[in-house]
Design a protein around this ligand. Sequence first.
Ligand code: NAD
Length: 383
Amino acid sequence: MELLKAMAADDYEQVIVMQNSATGLRGFIVIHDTNRGPAFGGVRIRAYANESEALEDGLRLARAMTYKAALAELPCGGGKAVIMEHAEMDRDEVFEAFGAVVESLRGRFFTARDVGIRDEDLAAIGRATSHVAIEPSAALGDVSEHTALGVWKGMRACLESAGIARPRVAVQGVGSVGMHLARILNREGAELILADADAGRAAGAAKELGARVSSPEEILFAECDVVSPCALGGVIHSEIVPRLRARIVCGCANNILATPEEGDALANRGILYAPDYLVNAGGLIRGVEFFLQGRSESRGSISKIYQRMKRVMELARERGISTARAADELAEQRWKRPAERPKKFRELPWSAPAWRKPAEPETGRLAQAGRFFRPPREQLIKQ
Ligand code: NAD
C-alpha cells in the first residue's frame, strides 16, 4: 500500500507507527480527523497476517469513527489503534507501552476497548495514560453495555418501521457487546438465535438466555427477522446478501458492509440496513460525555439513536437511496463543520493555529504542553 496516497484519498491526518522491541509492541494509531475535537477510537488486537492488513483495518475503522462522531453530533473526531498479536510479545508490557504512546499524544487521541481486549489490557494501558476508558469503572460504567443499548434503540426504530412486535433475532458473536445486546433483547421479549466462534461462549450465553445456538457460518442465513452481526466487520458481502432471510440487518460490529455497494444490494432486496456507525455509537457517546463533558449519565443521549435511525430511514425514502448512503450523507454534512469544542482541547498544540504560530515557545503554552502531561485521573475509580 502507498500509505500517503491512501491517507490523502480520505484526508487522514496522521498515522503513528508503533514498534518496541523490548515489549513486542507492533501496531498503528490512525487519526482520521480532529476537525470537531480530539480523536476517539478503540484499540483492537488481532493476529493480523501482516502489517498491511493491520494498517488497512486501522484506516477503515478510524474513518468510520469520524462518521460515527459526526452523526452523533459529538465534539470529537475519529481514530483507531490496531495492535498485531504475535507469539513473542509480552502482553502486559505491550499494552503499557501502547499506553505510553497514547499519553505522548497529550489528549489528541482517547482510546477504549475493541475486539480482543481484556480488562487487564485496559488496566495495563491505564498505568501509562488516563486517556483510556478503563473498565470496569464505577464512574464511567460499562462502555460495551452503552453500545448495546444504542444498538437496541436503533433496532427498535427498524422493527417499528417493519411492523414487527416480537422479533426473532440472530446474533453473530456474543462477546462484550453482543452479550449485552442479547440480554437486552431477551428482556424485551425477543426470540434469540446465537453463534460465536468460541463454542463454549455461545453455549453459556444460550443457557443463560434460553436461546438456540447456530454455527458461526450459518447464523447469517437463519430464518429470522433481524440478523445482528456483533463480531467482526465485512461480514455482509456480495455472496452473503442474496442468501439472507432476515428483513433487517442491525448489529454492533463496525464496518458490517464489505463495501458501500452492499448497502445498495440490501436496499434492492428490501432488507432494511441499520448503518453500523449510527446504531453502535452508544459507547462513544458515553466516552465523550465522560471524558470531555464530565457527565455522569449518558442514557438520554444514547436514546437519541432511535430518532436518528428514523431520520435516516426518512431521508433514504425521500431520496430513493439506501440507508447506508443516507447516513453517509448526513455524517459528511456534519464532519467538516467544527463542533463547539471544549476549551482545553482547542488549546492543545495539535490545533492548526498553535502549530503555525508558536507565539512564545520558551514560556508559552506550547512549551508547557511539551512537558510530560498526566491529566487528573481521580474520576476513574476502579470498582
Ligand atoms: P469481543 O472480542 O468482546 O467479542 C467478539 C466476539 O465475537 C467474541 O466472542 C468472538 O469469539 C466472536 N467471534 C469472532 N469471530 C466470529 C465469527 N466469525 N462468528 C461468530 N462469532 C465470532 O469484541 P466486542 O468489543 O464485543 O466487539 C464486537 C464488535 O463490535 C466489533 O466489530 C467492534 O468493533 C464493535 N464495537 C464494539 C464496541 C464496544 O463498545 N465494545 C463499540 C462499537 C463497536
